[in-house]
Design a protein around this ligand. Structure first.
Ligand code: PAF
Length: 290
């Protein structure tokens, strides 16, 4: 059914957003949301284009969520450019932007958090305690406030996506979660807002992540099934890069995120690597095809 799209609007108040999206639902509109922390790049625009295909109304949320940053992380210097972000997002024909401030999302005395207990423990959860409770809580709030039927996330944050899917399943959220493959530069670097922190030399060094993933995949294609050897193939490339320091490189079950010692079902090779002081993540799902 065709309908007149409403004029683009920026909403900052959660209650106003909720009331507006309740009206849209009442009018029979379907709603897709793309939650972001801003600093939009082509990867985010790919998510918005996917959302555009899936619903009548597309909502971009921009909120640098303080509760998912640790005390020594980059909350204060996280890149913020709302006007620039909105200009990019509007090329993807979004309808609404939700840009609240922290006091609107966390009223004084807020003390309720969602924890996806097991999936939040390993990998990024081990080096960023509390991070995924912050993510799950704000995403749940964004789902409530936007009344979305579908939400679109990037697969680069593999563990985040697994956690959100599990939260939605466990708590019976009536929302479809769509994962979109990682968008890469031509040379293989996964797009990330944090790439903006890299010097030219570090930018080149950062290619060790995608090269490590490619080496591991090549080992699997050549018949390797031993998890330790697959990991060693990835680590060798990263350890050879003087500007890189491994936080973790792990092979995990693609759904349960439990350790995989032999590749017999889809597993994610996931990594976090510091290049200088910038922590980058990347992953690839490896499948045993033979
Ligand atoms: O992936 C992100 O940008 C953030 O973790 C998210 C999902 C917007 C929650 O703050």
């Amino acid at each position: 059914m065709s309908y007149a799209r409403p004029p683009f609007e920026i909403i900052r108040d959660p209650r106003a957003m909720r009331a507006h999206t309740e009206d849209l639902r009442r009018d029979g509109r379907t709603i897709a949301v793309v939650p972001t922390m801003g600093a939009l790049h082509e990867g985010h625009l790919t998510l918005l284009r996917e959302a555009r295909k899936r619903a009548d109304i597309v909502i971009l949320t921009i909120f640098v969520n303080p509760t998912q940053f640790g005390p020594n992380e980059d909350l204060a210097k996280y890149p913020r450019d709302e006007a620039g972000d909105l200009a990019k997002a509007r090329t993807c024909e979004i309808d609404l932007a939700f840009c609240p401030d922290a006091s609107a999302m966390y009223p004084a005395g807020a003390q309720t958090f969602i924890e996806v207990r097991e999936l939040q423990k390993p990998m990024c959860g081990a080096s960023r305690p509390g991070h995924f409770a912050g993510v799950a809580t704000i995403v749940a709030k964004l789902f409530h406030v936007t009344n979305a039927h579908v939400a679109v996330f990037g697969e680069k944050d593999f563990q985040q996506l697994a956690i959100i899917r599990r939260m939605v399943r466990d708590l019976d959220f009536g929302i479809e979660i769509v994962g979109v493959p990682i968008v890469r530069e031509q040379d293989g670097l996964a797009l990330s807002s944090r790439n903006a922190y890299l010097s030219a030399e570090q930018r080149t060094a950062a290619l060790c992540l995608s090269k490590g993933l490619a080496a591991a995949e090549a080992a699997v294609v050549a018949g390797e099934r031993d998890g330790a050897k697959i990991l060693a193939a990835a680590r060798a490339l990263i350890e050879a890069e003087p500007l890189a320091r491994i936080d973790y490189v792990e092979l995990r079950d693609a759904e349960e995120l439990t350790p995989v010692t032999t590749l017999s079902r889809p597993a994610v090779l996931a990594m976090a690597v510091f290049v200088g002081t910038t922590r980058l993540i990347d992953n690839r799902v490896l499948r045993h095809l033979g």
